[in-house]
Ligand binder design. Structure first.
Ligand code: NAI
Ligand code: MG
Length: 348
């Protein structure tokens, strides 16, 4: 069968890691008897400078025709960050109601990290993706005056918490059976106490899954000290964002961490993207690590019903990572994005 994928390369290293990934996905799908048919969309910083918007007004309708979207990254030093982040990626997550952001992190043989050798990490962050601290509620009052205020209101709805929580418990069942809810319900008395309550209710439906509630500051320490014990981390929007960069580094770096934006309860396109941003400090040098994007592509193949192709991508990435001469700069090597990608295609 043919899988239609909308591709948004975006800015900075986005186009570099996306173009390294597409041949891998094509080869893996082909091996599984399928084809990947891509339509490229030129949304992002360039589009913003040309039209005043990061994506066209009918962007959501365009995407609705596809089962899946592969997204690189947005962000340019010459455009205010919030314009592009809200104008594209957060905008799409909210407009398509992509309620759950899934971010797996694992260690890879051959990739050295800051963790002690035998420890390693194998966990999934499940992040509520549409509200919480990123709900977009608030404003700037009395601009320029000494009384100026920036108000940012966090919104936590029972419905959104339940969706993310259910997803986390189902996922934990297919893994090591443990959910760690991450909150700050000691200092924040309304939103995160609701998370604790909803999680306790949902947990009753999954007696085979162990769960705990951990304060985010304690979780930051635990991630560094004993990551091996963690299985599924269930987070609100802000804490999930922060902890996923920390976890990504423990798994080998920002260049290694994939993600999926999903809506489990409806038929909308799912969006797959590396956790990292546009990395302007290395953009254009041809040295970006494409693993995060390739693994996001593997999640995409799983999502569209090609699990064998997804496994082929992961196996080929693992194979290439075992060879230090193929490591890109962020893993301490000298290989270019292209060289690494060619090795992965060959391994597929
Ligand atoms: P970043 O993730 O782009 O970069 C952080 C560090 O990780 C940099 O040193 C960068 O070189 C490195 N890095 C990131 N991806 C890499 C890769 N594939 N290979 C090797 N090294 C890599 O985060 P930063 O610097 O905070 O943000 C840069 C821009 O990206 C900003 O405009 C920001 O708003 C945007 N951004 C966009 C996101 C998205 O599109 N989903 C997510 C995060 C940031
Ligand atoms: Mg982030």
């Amino acid at each position: 069968h043919t899988v239609r994928v909308a591709v948004i390369p975006g800015d900075g290293v986005g186009p570099e890691v996306v173009s390294a990934t597409l041949p891998v996905l094509r080869a893996a799908a082909h091996r599984a008897g399928a084809e990947v048919d891509t339509v490229e969309l030129d949304w992002g910083g360039e589009h913003y400078l040309r039209t005043g918007r990061a994506m066209p007004p009918d962007a959501v309708d365009v995407l609705r025709g596809f089962p899946a979207v592969l997204f690189g990254a947005v962000g340019r030093p010459d455009i205010p960050d919030h314009e592009l982040i809200w104008g594209l990626i957060i905008g799409l997550r909210q407009a398509l109601d992509l309620a759950v952001n899934v971010r797996p992190v694992r260690s890879w043989p051959g990739v050295r990290t800051v963790l002690r050798e035998p420890d390693g990490i194998d966990l999934v962050i499940v992040r509520e993706n549409t509200e919480g601290e990123y709900a977009g509620v608030g404003g700037r009052l009395h601009p320029g005056s000494p009384r100026e205020l920036g108000v940012e209101v966090a919104v936590h709805s029972r419905a959104a918490i339940e969706r993310a929580t259910r997803y986390a418990f189902v996922l934990a069942r297919s893994r090591r059976g443990r959910v760690s809810l991450v909150t700050k319900s000691n200092a924040m008395r309304y939103g995160y106490t609701l998370w604790d309550a909803v999680c306790a209710e949902v947990a009753r439906e999954y007696p085979d899954v162990e769960w705990e509630s951990v304060l985010v500051d304690a979780m930051a320490a635990r991630l560094v000290q004993r990551p091996r014990d963690l299985d599924v981390l269930l987070c609100g929007n802000l804490f999930g964002d922060i902890l996923s960069d920390l976890a990504a580094v423990l798994g080998g770096g920002m260049g290694m961490a994939p993600s999926a934006n999903l809506r489990p309860d409806a038929d909308v396109p799912a969006l797959f993207e590396p956790v990292h941003g546009s990395a302007p400090d290395i953009a254009g040098l041809g040295i970006a690590n494409p693993v995060a994007c390739m693994l996001s592509g593997a999640m995409l193949l799983d999502h569209v019903g090609l699990p064998e192709a997804a496994t082929a991508v992961r196996d080929a990435v693992a194979h290439a990572l075992r060879d230090p001469s193929l490591h890109p700069a962020d893993l301490g090597g000298t290989a270019t994005t292209e060289r690494f990608a060619a090795a992965v295609v060959a391994a597929v």
